[in-house]
Design a protein around this ligand. Structure first.
Ligand SMILES: *[C@@H]1O[C@H](CO)[C@@H](O)[C@H](O)[C@H]1NC(C)=O
Ligand SMILES: *[C@@H]1O[C@H](CO)[C@@H](O)[C@H](O)[C@H]1NC(C)=O
Length: 450
């Protein structure tokens, strides 16, 4: 999963191995089958001899009632036991033929049947994180359908640019136990598509993480059926008993957060809602919700905050102050005066390990206040700070957006390192050697802290 380019090809390689292992097992089975066929003809011959003997004893043709009497006699003498064995062998050969057919054709025997028939053939359960996109989809489908010595299990499933019906097929094939998370990206689900998938997800008892990125879930009041679809969504989420992590990126669902999150049976520990156009009502709900006091990770980056929403953020931080370990408020439009209002709440988060505040329009003095506060936070190990406005080339708009802060060129003539050494001086003066300061947005990784 780490390498986004290699992810799908690793999945292809793994799935190929699962299918090949089955091929090897089949060749071995065919050799066994050959031996059984020989044994079968030997038994047939023996049966013929015995029947001839019986005829010779009675001197009659064995037909009609005679034949059934004959069978009864044979049963008494133990011959039927042999017949039944022969039937058993025939049945096994039929099953084998059917299995071969399954691999060649696309129609599969029902999965449950396969599991029952072949469950005992599994030698190794392969538990993997799978990355399924258009390139790995077919191979993953075949591998999940393959019952052989290697049984493919999935821990985290990531799907990219895959249709609702393909995701549905995939979920039908996945073993129920063991799936812990699903991550859907760049798939045009729509609200209705997601509502259709959620009941399938509730069949996975260990599922604790659901992440949706750019899944075209925009809520449009003017579209017919959207309210119902949203209700379905809420009911579907209510079925996810073990959900602890919910990530929704770049949805347009302003004002709908309550509908989505209030139905969840358990409080969430990880909430990621970047680029969500959260409304003041959404943030107010979140700060009073049953999730607030259990939050360990919160990402609200790229949601614009102002004087009206800041009280909700402050309430949220105070609720989460003893649990919150990772917080991102990058690109939230926090200027000096908003940051000054927020600092006491941030400082109260004594469990916080990482704090990301990139792409906020702070001046050098606002930034110094931030770092002085950070130096007092005992658990903090990483701070991603914004380039101060003074480090940009002239001409930056008055209230720059995060996109402008990202694209606007930094001033080459000022020593960029001066800001960094000035900030680090604060840390040295406070005796903090365990806190890492960086403005390198692209290489920042909060998970390095853990
Ligand atoms: C900070 O932003 C808020 C809202 O965006 C605005 O009202 C305030 O005047 C700004 N303060 C400064 C110092 O720019
Ligand atoms: C800035 O710092 C980096 C590493 O800390 C160093 O490689 C670079 O030469 C410095 N640049 C200037 C202009 O001092």
């Amino acid at each position: 999963m780490g390498d986004p380019m290699g992810g799908w090809s690793l999945t292809v390689a793994l799935c190929t191995m699962v299918v090949q292992a089955r091929g090897g097992a089949q060749r071995a089975q065919r050799r066994d089958g050959e031996r059984e066929r020989k044994r079968f003809s030997a038994l047939e011959r023996e049966k013929d001899i015995k029947r001839e003997r019986g005829q010779w004893r009675r001197g009659k043709e064995p037909n009609g009632d005679e034949a059934s009497n004959d069978r009864e006699r044979m049963a008494l003498s133990g011959v039927l036991g042999e017949e039944e064995m022969i039937k058993g062998i025939r049945r096994r050969m039929e099953i084998e033929r059917k299995r071969d057919g399954t691999l060649a054709g696309s129609a599969g025997i029902k999965k449950e049947n396969e599991e029952r028939d072949l469950g005992s053939d599994v030698l190794v359960h392969v538990r993997a994180d799978l990355f399924v996109n258009a390139r790995s989809w077919e191979r993953a489908r075949v591998a999940l359908n393959t019952a052989g010595p290697l049984k493919l299990q999935c821990r985290y499933l990531r799907v990219e640019e895959i249709s609702v019906s393909s995701i549905r097929t995939l979920l039908d094939l996945l073993p129920r136990q063991g799936l812990q998370g699903i991550d859907v990206r760049y798939s045009s689900l729509g609200v209705a598509g997601l509502a259709e998938l959620l009941p399938l997800l509730s069949a996975f008892p260990a599922l604790n993480s659901l992440r949706l990125h750019y899944c075209n879930l925009d809520f449009r009041r003017d579209h017919p059926g959207q309210e119902e679809a949203l209700r379905d969504l809420s009911q579907g989420l209510a079925q996810l008993q073990e959900l602890r992590r919910l990530s929704l990126t770049a949805l347009r669902l302003p004002g709908q957060l309550r509908v989505l999150l209030s139905s969840l049976p358990q409080p969430l520990e990880i909430v990621e809602l970047p680029y969500l156009s959260l409304s003041p009502a959404d943030l107010a709900y979140l700060s009073c919700s049953h999730h607030a006091s259990t939050l360990q990770q919160l990402d609200l980056s790229e949601n614009r905050l102002d004087e009206n929403t800041l009280p909700s953020i402050r309430r949220l931080l105070s609720q989460a102050s003893s649990s919150l370990q990772h917080l991102s408020l990058s690109g939230c439009g926090l200027n000096d005066s908003l940051m000054a209002l927020l600092l006491p709440s941030l400082g109260g988060c004594w469990a916080l390990k990482s704090l990301a505040l990139a792409l906020n329009p702070l001046s050098m003095s606002g930034l110094m206040d931030l770092v002085r506060m950070a130096a007092q936070m005992p658990s903090l190990r990483q701070l991603l700070y914004p380039n101060p406005l003074e480090d940009y080339q002239p001409g930056l708009p008055d209230r720059p957006s995060s996109a402008q802060l990202l694209d606007w060129p930094l001033d080459e003539t000022t020593d960029i390192n001066m800001t960094s050494s000035q900030l680090n001086r604060v840390l040295i003066d406070s005796g903090r050697t365990d806190l890492f300061l960086t403005c390198d947005l692209l290489n920042y990784d909060k998970d390095l802290v853990d």
